[in-house]
Design a protein around this ligand. Structure first.
Ligand code: 13P
Length: 250
């Protein structure tokens, strides 16, 4: 049985005061779950403070990106050692904003994935097609390429730390959610691909999150899909009531 994972990606939002307030408010909406995990990915500048705020809860902290080295001359990057030092245990890698605004390639993202794993972080690998790619019926070609290249040289033994997040680019921040059928179809495809690349057991254990305009009003139907194991939430994660409702999906 896969434990659900509800992750809030705060992107480039929140000052220290705002972040601490939001984390405290989110913590109030959480119970002692046995069937789900909650993760917050705040900006680097508030990782430490947010970690302190949620210290006595089961909420996990992650970074929004990660470098593959523990330290060194990598201006502007954050290392897995730093994330762990700040109380984090996870990292988001390959978010579509990294791919499309900052031109991160599958090869670069693969280095990040392997780096995060080498330091024992839970690694959320984001994948997803653009609207043009979907319209050109290239969705599955793109997803396959992003999974294959993103997970290149990742050992089956490390797959328990990998989470895949399917985020169709056209659904991010647009208010357009993939229909539950579109999302389920993509998730089933990804799970089958993982089985091909690894084995059935690993495919069955790998959590695949959906992201892209997840809101209180659509989370229940998305989470009811066989292959949807959680959500990666942007906008709605910045409001504790909305995120609380998403965490407490039915
Ligand atoms: P929205 O929920 O704002 O569409 O963002 C999704 C996302 O990019 C999460 O990583």
């Amino acid at each position: 049985m896969r434990k659900a994972l509800i992750a809030g990606n705060w992107k480039m939002h929140t000052t220290v005061v705002e972040a601490c307030q939001l984390a405290a408010d989110v913590a109030k909406t959480c119970s002692d779950y046995t069937d789900r995990e909650v993760l917050l990915a705040p900006p680097y500048t508030v990782l430490s403070e947010v970690s302190h705020v949620i210290n006595n809860t089961s909420i996990i902290i992650g970074s929004q990106n990660i470098c593959w080295e523990g330290k060194g001359a990598f201006t502007g990057e954050i290392s897995p050692v730093m994330v762990k030092d700040a109380g984090g245990s996870a990292a988001i890698v390959g978010h579509s904003e990294r791919r499309h605004i900052f031109m991160e390639t599958n090869e670069l993202i693969n280095r990040r994935v392997k780096g995060a794993l080498a330091f024992g972080l839970m690694t959320i690998l984001c994948i997803g097609e653009t609207l043009d790619e979907r319209d050109a019926e290239k969705t599955f070609v793109i997803l396959e390429e992003q999974v294959r290249k993103g997970l290149a040289d990742v050992d089956g033994a490390d797959m328990d730390k990998i989470v895949i997040a399917y985020e169709p680019v056209w659904a991010i921040g647009t208010g357009k959610t993939a229909s539950k059928e579109q999302a389920q179809e993509a998730h089933a495809f990804i799970r089958e691909l993982i089985e091909q690349l690894y084995e059935k057991n690993i495919a069955e254990q790998t959590r695949i999150l959906y992201g892209g305009s997840v809101k209180p009003g659509n989370v229940d139907e998305l989470m009811a899909q066989t292959d949807i194991d959680g959500a990666l939430v942007g906008g709605a994660a910045l409001d504790a009531d909305s995120f609380g409702r998403i965490i407490n999906f039915e």
